[in-house]
Write a protein that binds this ligand. Structure first.
Ligand code: V4E
Length: 236
């Protein structure tokens, strides 16, 4: 399983020149549309799970167990998530979370529970395609965020490994940069964090507060109730 470790940063007007100066190679520019899904009472995101469909490809970002309490700037400024991209795995993981939540309360009736179980057991696997919405309906999942991003991606090759930098411009008027390293679960996390810190230093980024992601700004702007719930649960 892959872990995505990343640090977001504020893009200043000089960022492209700085990337060029430190030897970053532009590896492409693309535009994509993201749709994010959750239950109407935010079961997934309140547990820090992010279910997304990007141009027909599904992904579930799950909180990675850090094992340590953030005690330095690197830890605090970086996020890490486990990424699941296999559609059947996403379905079973999402239905497990919803089922567990349902078992804790008594909100669902028996037919809803049956539908959740069907998705969990993946009975629909053969008929599900990326744009199939039946499984979303069965789990009572709705789209809570939809936006387009224009992304310029760069790659930096260092002795310790490659580091990716993405510059994102969202269609609701927010720009953000990300320094990102992908690591396999169980590999040296401190080394990954150090690679990110080194690139941040090369780019002259100061040790500032954690920078808001696109979702943070989107929810604040368009979904204030959802945003408030996540803030009070310390998810954002
Ligand atoms: C994990 C997460 C969300 C899902 C989107 O993640 P993000 O990496 O911000 O988006 P994007 O478009 O860069 O995805 P990629 O192309 O890298 O797959 S939305 C909110 N979160 C949680 C979160 C958080 N709590 N704090 C920060 C700084 N970022 C994300």
């Amino acid at each position: 399983m892959t872990l995505e470790v990343e640090r977001k940063f504020v893009c200043d007007p000089e960022i492209m020149r700085k990337l060029h100066d430190i030897g970053a190679k532009c590896i492409g520019q693309r535009q994509f549309r993201d749709l994010y899904f959750d239950s109407p009472d935010f079961i997934l995101t309140l547990k820090d799970f992010w279910l997304r469909c990007r141009e027909g490809l599904w992904e579930l970002k799950c909180p990675a167990v850090s094992g340590t309490t953030p005690d330095n700037d690197t830890e605090t400024l970086c996020t890490r998530y486990r990424e699941i991209t296999s559609f059947p795995l996403i379905q079973s993981e999402v239905s497990r979370i919803i089922r567990e939540h349902t078992a804790e309360g008594s909100e669902s009736n028996s037919s809803q529970k049956e539908q959740i179980d069907k998705v969990a057991e993946n009975e629909n696997a053969e008929v599900c395609s990326a744009d199939d919405t039946k499984w979303l309906n069965d789990l009572n999942l709705v789209c809570f965020a939809e936006f387009k991003t224009e992304r310029c991606s760069y790659m930096l090759e260092r002795e310790t490994g490659a580091v990716r930098v993405d510059l994102d411009q969202a269609d609701f008027g927010y720009c953000v940069g990300e320094i990102e390293v992908l690591v396999s679960e169980g590999s040296d996390m401190n080394a990954a964090l150090q690679r990110i810190t080194n690139i941040a230093a090369e780019l002259g980024l100061s040790c500032e507060k954690k920078v808001q992601g696109k979702m943070h700004v989107y929810l604040q702007k368009y979904r204030p109730e959802h945003y408030a719930k996540l803030l009070s649960a310390y998810i954002l």
